[in-house]
Design a protein around this ligand. Structure first.
Ligand code: SF4
Length: 697
């Protein structure tokens, strides 16, 4: 492709789960000129501020360019020998469950595949988890309970084909900006399209909404239970669809009727308006994100939403369906490749003996775990308690992003042996490593990613690997080879890994699962390089790329399950000592712990420092002046934040972004405040409902 007369590379934006296509042209000075890919199905020519500024984030200023052992530069051979020897010795002495990998939704599918293969098939432990646990694990658990597999039923275009789009627990305008742009355009083209935004906070997304419902934190189950009961009471259940394709209606309905809608924190009038609108609109899409997932009742919230769509048959047809939008560019690829501690590759089930045996045979694996490994919070607890003695953290910064971040940082520091692979030595986590391994970054890597609508796209290298940096898949294979597993990890390219992964998906397909891309298992290197974005199942093979319009669920009886769910309040309860509820989230122009976006001056112009958004009446009660510094404490930690007084948050609630770290005020390592309360099924932490105290500094 030519952009302004120069050859451009078509690749994929590495930030959010929208997964936009971009065209990149090197500017000859280490940067890139970025334009939107007009042909990519996710964005069709659109980009947001972060995607547009990608070319400003590829500088080498703080890059890690050689391996380091205990802070000293080392060569690859010594570093890899040490990593392999330490992992091997630890496993020999303490067993396979004494080691762990903590990986990332920023990894490419091919990186993820080999990491998962090494841990689950060759080390013989399932102690590999990913920062996607913090992002969408509740959606995975909810999908699997309802559908039998972790299947996203719909497509982005459903938002444009709907007559009602409900955005719950989602600040789409800031967190999935191109999807929001598509929704804005759809509403302009079809003024009859209604948008409802359910969020305790009024956000940029609320500006588009016809109805903003400032729900109580954790109130989603009560609201969607009220909806299920209302659908039944008003004759809106789709009885033929339920009879043919769904089990569990009576139990789910009984639980819904027993729940108290007032637990949603909404007025009777607000609830009635929402129920009437949803029930009377055939084409309805319910989009949900972290406000639903990051909760101690996250899985039940997901199922309360799925219940309503399944009970009305509003799923899998154009303009209908529940829609989980993921935070990260390859959270979905990680789900597909089995990067979570409780999954196997290709949606195979680690708790299913037949599935485990099939993967073991396919990999010719010497060892397979008998069940799930440790999920992120439990994994770092095991590090803290010394049960995990060798830890490899790849492409993520848990010392900032995990709940109880101070405790996690101490656990990593005190771990007997910690390896970190990353772009830079300048993260809070990298500073704690015994061995640092320099990895290539977004513009230097080849592979594939899957976005929130099951679209698999190529990410292509544009710039050469700097210094001695290596690709993550290469580093993992190098360690595997030194651990004695060379034959199974003698990959020479991401294309080879992709072919094996595609072939393994054929095993899943033969076992009756959804994820089967095995027609790509003999893709040539050239065809892999030229691979166009495609939705799985391959476009046109099933109901226009959607699932479940005609049933076809993945439980043994082919039916979906409605789940009986009941409202539960967030685990932390406000008290005299910690009276405020802390909601955390993203800002528009920064990403995660800012290791890339902080390099772009224009991205920092939007919001330059960490802040605490607080209601004017609460600020007055506490004596907080605008732009002053507030000390925010919880039972877990302390941060200092700039005060932003705003009626967008409700009284008794505050909001703080999760991106920043640092030692001097304002310093917002906000996850240090967050209690590690988790959903009992998904293990996802409740990052939006901790309790804190606030005082002026
Ligand atoms: Fe990148 Fe997401 Fe913005 Fe698209 S919407 S350009 S994927 S950050």
């Amino acid at each position: 492709l030519q952009v302004e007369g120069r050859l451009a590379t078509c690749t994929t934006c590495p930030y959010c789960g929208v997964g936009c296509g971009v065209n990149a042209v090197p500017d000859g000075m280490g940067g890139l000129t970025i334009t939107a890919d007009k042909t990519h199905p996710a964005n069709a020519g659109r980009l947001c501020s972060k995607g547009t500024a990608l070319g400003e984030t590829t500088g080498l200023e703080d890059r890690l360019l050689t391996p380091r052992i205990h802070g000293r530069e080392a060569n690859w051979s010594d570093a890899l020998d040490l990593v392999a020897a330490k992992f091997r010795e630890t496993i020999e002495k303490h067993g396979p469950d004494s080691v762990a990998f903590y990986v990332s939704g920023q990894l490419l599918t091919e990186d993820y595949y080999v990491a998962n293969k090494l841990m689950k098939g060759f080390i013989g432990s399932a102690n590999i988890d990913t920062n996607s646990r913090l992002c969408m694990a509740s959606s995975v658990a909810g999908h699997r309970r309802a559908f039998g597999t972790d299947t996203v039923p719909g497509l982005y275009e459903d938002l444009e084909q709907a007559d009602l789009v409900v955005l719950t627990g989602s600040n789409l305008a800031w967190c999935h900006p191109v999807l929001f742009q598509r929704l804005v355009a759809a509403k302009k083209a079809n003024p009859a399209l209604k948008v409802v935004n359910i969020d305790p906070r009024r956000t940029a997304t609320s500006e588009l909404a016809d109805l903003h419902l400032a729900i109580a934190p954790g109130g989603d189950v009560a609201l969607f239970n009220a909806l299920l009961a209302h659908l039944a009471d008003t004759g809106r259940l789709e009885r033929a669809y339920i009879a043919a394709h769904v089990n569990g209606l009576d139990e789910a309905l009984a639980a819904a009727r027993a729940d108290d809608p007032a637990a949603s924190g909404l007025s009777e009038e607000e609830i009635a308006t929402f129920l009437t609108l949803w029930a009377s609109t055939e084409r309805v899409v319910t989009v949900y994100s972290q406000g639903v997932n990051q909760s101690s009742s996250g899985t039940d919230k997901v199922n309360a939403i799925l219940n309503c769509h399944l009970a009305t048959g509003r799923i899998g047809r154009p303009g209908t369906g529940p829609f989980s939008v993921t935070g990260q560019p390859n959270a979905m690829g990680g789900r597909e490749v089995g990067g979570l501690a409780n999954m196997l590759a290709c949606h195979l089930d680690i708790e299913n003996a037949e599935h485990r045996a099939a993967v073991k045979e396919f990999w010719d694996a010497p060892a397979m775990p008998e069940g799930p490994g440790l999920k992120a919070v439990d994994l770092f607890r095991a590090v803290e308690e010394g049960r995990i003695k060798a830890l490899w953290i790849i492409c993520t910064n848990p010392a900032v992003s995990m709940p109880e971040a101070d405790r996690v940082a101490t656990a990593i520091k005190d771990c007997e042996f910690t390896v970190v692979s990353d772009l830079t030595a300048e993260t809070d986590t990298a500073r704690l490593a015994d061995v640092l391994l320099p990895a290539t970054g977004w513009a230097e890597k080849d592979g594939t990613v899957t976005n929130s609508e099951r679209c698999i796209s190529r990410q292509r290298a544009i710039l050469p690997a700097p210094g001695a940096a290596r690709h993550d898949w290469r580093i993992i294979c190098d360690v595997a080879e030194r651990m004695g597993f060379g034959a199974a990890f003698d990959f020479t390219s991401p294309a080879e890994i992709f072919r094996e992964y595609a072939a393994l998906s054929g095993v899943a397909g033969r076992l009756g699962l959804d994820f089967d891309i095995s027609d790509l298992s003999d893709l040539s290197d050239r065809d892999y390089d030229a691979l166009e974005p495609f939705h799985w199942p391959r476009a046109g093979t099933r109901q226009g790329g959607r699932f479940f319009a005609e049933g076809g669920f993945y439980h043994a009886d082919g039916k979906a399950r409605l789940l009986a769910v009941t409202h539960r309040a967030p685990a932390s309860v406000p008290c005299a000592e910690y009276p405020f509820r802390l909601n955390t989230g993203r800002v528009r122009d920064h990403w995660h712990t800012m290791t890339r976006t902080a390099k772009s001056p224009r991205l920092s112009q939007h919001i330059a420092e960490p802040y605490l958004e607080i209601h004017p009446a609460d600020a007055a009660d506490l004596g907080l002046a605008p732009a002053s510094i507030a000390e925010v404490t919880s039972r877990q930690g302390r941060v200092l934040l700039r005060v932003l007084i705003s009626e967008r948050v409700q009284r008794g609630q505050v909001f703080a972004p999760m991106h920043w770290t640092g030692e001097t005020a304002p310093c917002g390592r906000v996850d240090a405040l967050v209690a590690a309360n988790t959903d009992p099924l998904s293990g996802q932490p409740e990052s939006k409902a901790s309790t804190v105290a606030i005082r002026p500094m």
